[in-house]
Design a protein around this ligand. Structure first.
Ligand SMILES: NC(=O)c1ccc[n+]([C@@H]2O[C@H](COP(=O)([O-])OP(=O)(O)OC[C@H]3O[C@@H](n4cnc5c(N)ncnc54)[C@H](OP(=O)(O)O)[C@@H]3O)[C@@H](O)[C@H]2O)c1
Length: 325
């Protein structure tokens, strides 16, 4: 099969190549999917560059996310799964057979039936972003009736955080940096969208949140936004951070104590298996209900995989997808 792969860390154009490799067979408990679209996330280029290295088992086919059709199953897997259209999650985690190839092999729980009406683009966009958003939102219980602030609502994680929170019955405020991103966050269903660069951003958020303040913040820039977050949250609010800035922030301990604030951090790779399985079920149900939508898509061919990763590295708005060919 044709596969994009690397065997050491480095710049995209230096280490990523497309080669013929032997098509993998699914082992016990695994399925093999013919990949249609592979979704690219920041973690894919961070692993490939060595910024956040993960062990390489001889070679690594990158990309966790994808849409495909199961064409073979391993021992112990229901043969009735052959022919199922699926969305794949964390395909390249401790597994060399990521989705940037014509076929991917994953444990069967990581190939989830994609509801009939869903596009291949949506299926290939769900994995890392929607599962991270789910964990940030629900790690500490339901959010129905709560007021949430989603930082960066036009980003991939932010987008699904807004949609999953609305689906779960929360009121959602989102921050963005300008009008084009405001439109995306609004389309995702945010009840209020605020430009975080405006001087009265905190005032706009607080007056919408009302007396109790914001109950939970889904945060990707803790250092940059902590003052804003503390200004708008109510007593005992949660601030859930899923991204690391280049430099760690200094924590204003007294202000955090005064607010009785709860800080939580999320790294998808280390989320407990039961929570990941619950996320996969809830995300699939939300897709089935029509409440998860696509962001704008930039598409590349498999031969252009280095350009696709560079596009993510350059913060392309929306989703970058690779047609597995
Ligand atoms: N912990 C995990 O398991 C996990 C999982 C997924 C992603 N991540 C990390 O999370 C980050 C985002 O991933 P993504 O796929 O959602 O990226 P993305 O699609 O590029 O979105 C990032 C968004 O954040 C916005 N942003 C940047 N600085 C901001 C700030 N100070 N306040 C509010 N918004 C801000 C950006 O827009 P503007 O710059 O225009 O504001 C952009 O819309 C990456 O660093 C990724 O590695 C971590």
């Amino acid at each position: 099969m044709k596969a994009a792969l690397y065997d050491h860390y480095g710049a995209a154009r230096e280490v990523l190549r497309v080669e013929d490799v032997e098509r993998p067979e699914p082992g016990p408990g695994q399925v093999r999917a013919r990949v249609e679209l592979s979704g690219v996330n920041p973690t894919d280029w961070k692993c490939r560059s060595g910024a956040t290295p993960r062990p390489i088992d001889g070679f690594q086919i990158p990309h966790h996310d994808g849409t495909g059709v199961i064409d073979a199953v391993g021992e112990g897997v229901d043969p009735g799964r052959v022919g199922q259209r699926v969305w794949l999650w964390l395909a390249a985690a401790a597994n060399r057979w990521g989705t940037a190839a014509q076929w991917s092999v994953v444990p069967e729980r990581q190939a989830v039936p994609l509801p009939g009406g869903a596009s291949a683009e949506l299926g290939a966009s769900l994995g890392v972003p929607a599962m991270t958003a789910h964990r940030c939102l629900f790690a500490d219980g339901p959010v129905e009736g709560k007021t949430l602030l989603v930082a960066g609502g036009a980003g991939a994680v932010g987008h699904f955080a807004i949609e999953l929170a609305k689906h779960a019955g929360a009121r959602v405020i989102s921050t963005v940096s300008g009008p084009a991103k405001a439109e995306l966050a609004g389309k995702a269903g945010a009840d209020l969208v605020v430009n975080y660069r405006e001087p009265d951003a905190a005032g706009q958020i607080s007056s919408f949140a009302g007396q109790g303040g914001v109950d939970c913040v889904v945060e990707l820039a803790l250092g940059a936004n902590l003052a804003l977050d503390l200004a708008v949250t109510g007593q005992g609010a949660r601030i859930v951070t899923y991204a690391a800035e280049p430099a760690d922030p200094t924590l204003p301990v007294r202000a955090c104590m005064t607010a009785n604030v709860v800080l939580r951090f999320v790294l998808l790779y280390n989320v407990p298996a039961e929570a990941l399985d619950q996320a996969a079920r809830d995300i699939t149900a939300a897709v089935d209900a029509g409440t998860l939508t696509e962001l704008p898509v930039t598409r590349f061919g498999l031969q252009e995989v280095a350009a696709a990763q560079e596009a993510v590295e350059a913060n392309t708005v929306g989703r970058v997808l690779v047609a597995a060919g």
